[in-house]
Design a protein. Structure first.
Length: 505
């Protein structure tokens, strides 16, 4: 018998029935305390937002499942101002000052456990890492593979896939096929990133659709992260249950990556003087130099394929939609492309360096990234020790805060009264105080600070090269006048159909 104070442990009834009854009796009390705290005691009781969000994360979870969280955050900021509540301890801020402070280089705002749902619990990846020191070390070892100077070695891969893209668009035009543009752009992005990363494309453009369920898998994983990230404590048991039930879906990309690593491992020396090394060969060289581990190679290749394909596809789909819905803007871009070609300023295919010298093309890309950022949710961060002042409000340590690119990019105080219009010229007006290049360094679409998307340059490479080729050769005719459909969890996907036709003028 053990005595605790004046009580005998064996005198306490710890039967399962008693425990269940005790917990059941406690829950209403706990709920009342939580509601009382949220309404009367919390230092943030006056921050506006949905009533349910004061007490539970279920409101936020519902928005993620419904697929309109991107629009909801924008509308809540319009209604309530620069600071809104998303959950009992999570807030969205919509000011340039907050964006710069939260995501500053060398800042103390670590990622929250929202990102846990994007990882194998036994092996955090670079995207999900919350330890900034570990993240910085891993990113430093890989950063050269994503640098602007490395893009030259990936251009051949992009050119090969661009040729396939143009050929398939011609074929679909001849067949008068009704094309789901975002799906085909996803096929394009998958094939390009496969060619760059694995030295092997997936054949999706040739198939005009998904191959081996890879696209479906990536969409599931992104949606899973968006939904389960709201309640990340459920990720580990769900992950273990999936393993227990023999789920093999999440291993598809890893299996592909392993096979290509094995294939290229013996060819490192042979490819030493090759015209251009694929990403996998560059990784193998880093591994042989002891700079990266095998599991980090798998993570990098998997992230390229998953996040890289979606970000590029979403942005290209948005660019085409905005261009062909705005004939004057399309005409301006076409004139620039035609003039550069007639003056011998661009080759065929257009090189990345040449595309970068085309101001209106780059303005179109930046305006697309502004108005339709791939990520529709906030980039959540944890307030560091000691607390912080943000947008005139004090937030204690441990509070989760973030900024939504969708909301910030539509903020008239940052981008002017026409912030919700597609107007590439705003990126060419160097005299304007609302010039986003001055305000935000261009765009918040890829994140900011040390956690800026590492694959940003590869995505810009793809878009800069393929977009002028498409607009120069094709007309996209919408099947109807209805606006596109949007659905978001983490990424904001589009749905719209067009007929492809040879360019008429």
């Amino acid at each position: 018998m053990v005595l605790i104070g004046a009580f005998s442990v064996d005198a306490i009834d710890l039967s399962p029935t008693k425990i269940v009854l005790a917990v059941t009796a406690f829950l209403p009390f706990w709920a009342i305390v939580r509601i009382f705290y949220a309404l009367f005691i919390s230092p943030h009781k006056d921050i506006p937002g949905p009533l349910l969000a004061r007490f539970t994360r279920l409101w936020e979870l519902r928005q993620m499942i419904r697929g309109d969280s991107h629009e909801t955050i924008v509308n809540l900021h319009k209604q309530h101002g620069p600071i809104i509540r998303l959950a009992p301890n999570r807030y969205s801020l919509n000011t340039l000052e907050a964006q710069k402070k939260i995501y500053a280089h060398g800042g103390d705002f670590n990622k929250t456990n929202y990102y846990n749902a994007a990882e194998d619990p036994s092996r955090p990846n670079m995207f999900s890492l919350t330890d900034e020191t570990v993240h910085a070390d891993r990113r430093k070892k890989l950063s050269n593979l994503y640098s602007m100077s490395s893009l030259v070695s990936y251009e051949d891969a992009v050119d090969r896939m661009n040729a396939v893209c143009i050929r398939k668009l011609n074929e679909m035009a001849e067949r008068k096929k009704k094309v789901l543009i975002p799906e085909f752009m996803q096929c394009y992005a998958f094939d390009v990133i496969g060619e760059i990363t694995l030295d092997k494309n997936f054949g999706m453009m040739e198939n005009e659709g998904d191959v081996d369920g890879l696209m479906k898998l990536v969409h599931f994983l992104i949606r899973y992260q968006g939904v389960v990230g709201i309640m990340p404590e459920f990720h580990l048991p769900i992950y273990k249950l999936g393993r227990l039930m023999g789920s093999k879906g999440v291993n598809i990309m890893e299996t592909i990556a392993k096979s290509q690593i094995d294939k290229h491992r013996g060819n490192i020396i042979e490819k030493e003087n090759a015209r251009s090394d694929p990403f996998v060969t560059k990784l193998l060289k880093l591994e042989s130099a002891g700079k990266v581990k095998y599991e980090h190679m798998l993570d990098s290749m998997g992230s390229n394929i998953a996040a890289g394909s979606d970000t590029t596809a979403i942005t290209l789909s948005a660019a085409l939609y905005y261009l062909y819905r705005n004939p004057l803007i399309l005409e301006t871009l076409r004139k620039e492309v035609d003039d550069f070609a007639s003056e011998g300023k661009v080759s065929d295919p257009i090189s990345f360096k040449e595309a970068q010298s085309m101001p209106y093309l780059q303005a179109v890309i930046m305006e697309t990234l502004r108005l339709h950022s791939a990520v529709g949710y906030i980039y959540p961060r944890t307030v560091p020790k000691g607390g912080v002042q943000l947008s005139g409000r004090w937030f204690p340590a441990g509070t989760e805060v973030g900024v939504s690119a969708w909301a910030l990019h539509r903020n008239p105080e940052v981008y002017g009264e026409d912030a919700e219009e597609f107007r590439p010229e705003r990126f060419l007006d160097n005299s304007s105080s609302k010039n986003p290049a001055t305000q935000l360094g261009g765009s918040f679409a890829f994140g900011a600070g040390s956690r800026t998307c590492i694959g940003k340059n590869i995505s810009l490479l793809e878009m800069s090269k393929v977009l002028p080729q498409i607009v120069r050769q094709f007309d996209l005719v919408f099947v109807d006048d209805k606006p596109w459909e949007l659905f978001s969890t983490w990424f904001v996907w589009q749905k719209y159909y067009c007929y492809i036709e040879p360019r008429k003028c």
